[in-house]
Design a protein around this ligand. Structure first.
Ligand code: ZN
Length: 511
């Protein structure tokens, strides 16, 4: 009597009618009894795909057939696609079976022992693969729909994690302690005052590391700056290369992201940002064309008289350019119009000084705490040595503990350094802010190009739209400092407004 094994596969628990595990098994057994074949073993793989042969029962079955070479004559399946959905795998498998003296039977082909059986099996294998492709096309289509709705279809970048929303759809969430660092790096770059090299230093000083715990490298940083997901925007093949709003709201504003792209574009050789800040055009990249939203660029064509004529223009729109001297004059007028009245100035100074005092106090407290931690670590270190002397620990243990303590104190030491530089910068920033608030036009005129750029962003955090057609500024968004100044003196402006002010100063700080 000939012998057989049966192989059954159900891809999901909700297997389509007529091909459930029981049905498959019954039909295969029926065929065996009809043909006087004894079923020795039944293998089944549950809930696995047939795209590869890497399935537990499949492997077990092949091992069994090999061991019992010459004793098993048939492998029975309900349908070819149960065995494999990959034509190449199927042909390889059938060749192997042939070598083992096993004939493959798919009982659902409706043809038994005909000359055409092999041909039909081949066709079925190819069709199964085709069906497989259609399926993955369907999966891709679904992914595309989800992606177009703003769901995350790929791995989260540094500082973010993949999560499921209430509808169990995939989206992202910030990783506490890392996301804010990423945001501060991205925001710092958008001020236009950082080179990539100085940004890498900033990552180091604030302790932002790669996912593997290594220092951030140029490539990773460049990727981070270009990744729109941090601004709550998605772009992928699923969105057909279009930026679309993500379900994840982001950790920086889209404006910051776009400004960074503009900065990256205009500084192909980003390491040279400072050099690229041309003193002739301080408002370049700060003013945007009101028609197309592209930052204005500067150039100095030589006129008919042979003289250079520096001008700002939009490189996209065919609008007349504007002479840079004229535009700078206009900008100074705008700054002058923002000057707070003397009363307000005094009031603002008071607030700024108060903020400053509060912040230095906080920083001072932080410093004290860090010094204390450092002391404790030194104490711990001498205890370890005592323990070694007393024979309570081994030399290896001592070395290990001392190394750990050293690492901890290095970290504390780093924190201390950054707190120190932060308080220095704060003093600096407040000084700038105060002088600038009361005499913006003069300070801007006399400042270096780097400081001009900082001032501009300090006052107009989102830049200014300029109408080349009419030579006019559009009403710009003011920084919190000036929003406050333009308000009439209000007794309710007490401690609550302090936060607003400190945020206005933020662009000067590294993080
Ligand atoms: Zn334009």
């Amino acid at each position: 009597m000939k012998k057989a094994v049966i192989y059954i596969r159900v891809s999901t628990t909700k297997q389509v009618e007529g091909a459930s595990l029981d049905t498959q098994q019954k039909l295969c057994q029926d065929w065996a009894s009809r043909n006087d074949v004894l079923v020795k073993k039944i293998y089944h793989d549950d809930g696995v795909s047939a795209k590869t042969l890497d399935r537990p029962a499949m492997k077990e079955m092949l091992a069994y057939l090999e061991e019992n070479k010459g004793h098993i004559q048939y492998l029975i399946t309900y349908q070819t696609d149960r065995l494999s959905r990959n034509a190449t795998d199927f042909f390889a498998l059938r060749t192997l079976l042939l070598k083992l003296g096993v004939q493959y039977k798919n009982i659902n082909s409706g043809i038994e022992d005909s000359d055409n059986e092999e041909l039909i099996q081949n066709l079925e294998a190819v069709l199964a693969q085709h069906d497989n492709r259609t399926k993955s096309t369907r999966v891709k289509h679904n992914m595309k729909i989800h992606a177009k709705e703003g769901y995350r279809m790929s791995k989260a970048p540094l500082g973010l994690k993949n999560v499921r929303d209430v509808l169990d759809k995939s989206t992202l969430a910030p990783v506490v302690g890392i996301a804010d660092k990423v945001a501060s790096v991205l925001e710092a770059y958008s001020t236009g005052t950082y080179t990539i090299a100085s940004l890498i230093k900033m990552c180091e000083s604030i302790g932002l590391k790669s996912a593997t715990g290594k220092p951030i490298q140029i490539q990773a940083l460049s990727k981070m700056l270009r990744n729109p997901i941090y601004a709550g925007l998605e772009i992928s093949i699923h969105t057909e290369g279009q930026l679309i709003p993500s379900k994840f709201k982001g950790i920086i504003t889209p404006a910051t992201f776009h400004r960074n792209q503009e900065l990256l574009r205009s500084n192909k050789n980003t390491a040279a940002t400072y050099k690229k800040n041309n003193p002739e055009f301080p408002l370049r990249r700060f003013l945007v064309c009101s028609k197309c939203n592209k930052p204005l660029t500067g150039s100095a064509p030589v006129g008919g008289s042979g003289k250079r004529s520096p001008r700002y223009h939009c490189s996209r729109c065919h609008l007349p350019s504007v002479q840079s001297g004229e535009l700078h004059e206009q900008f100074l007028h705008l700054l002058a119009s923002l000057m707070p009245d003397p009363d307000m100035e005094k009031f603002l100074k008071e607030i700024i000084v108060r903020v400053w005092r509060d912040e230095t106090q906080t920083l001072g407290k932080k410093q004290k705490k860090l010094h204390k931690t450092l002391e404790q670590l030194t104490e711990r270190r001498s205890k370890v040595v005592e323990m070694l002397v007393a024979g309570l620990i081994t030399v290896e243990e001592k070395i290990e503990q001392v190394a750990r303590i050293k690492e901890e104190s290095d970290n504390v030491q780093n924190d201390l350094t950054s707190v120190g530089s932060l308080s220095e910068l704060k003093t600096d920033a407040i000084d700038y802010a105060m002088r600038f608030m009361s005499n913006a036009p003069r300070i801007w005129s006399n400042a270096s190009i780097e400081h001009q750029i900082i001032y501009q962003r300090l006052v107009f955090p989102e830049g200014i739209e300029y109408e080349l057609a009419t030579n006019k500024f559009r009403t710009p968004k003011l920084s919190a400092l000036y929003t406050l100044a333009s308000m009439k003196k209000d007794p309710s402006l007490t401690n609550e407004s302090l936060l607003v002010i400190s945020r206005g100063i933020e662009p000067l700080l590294p993080g």
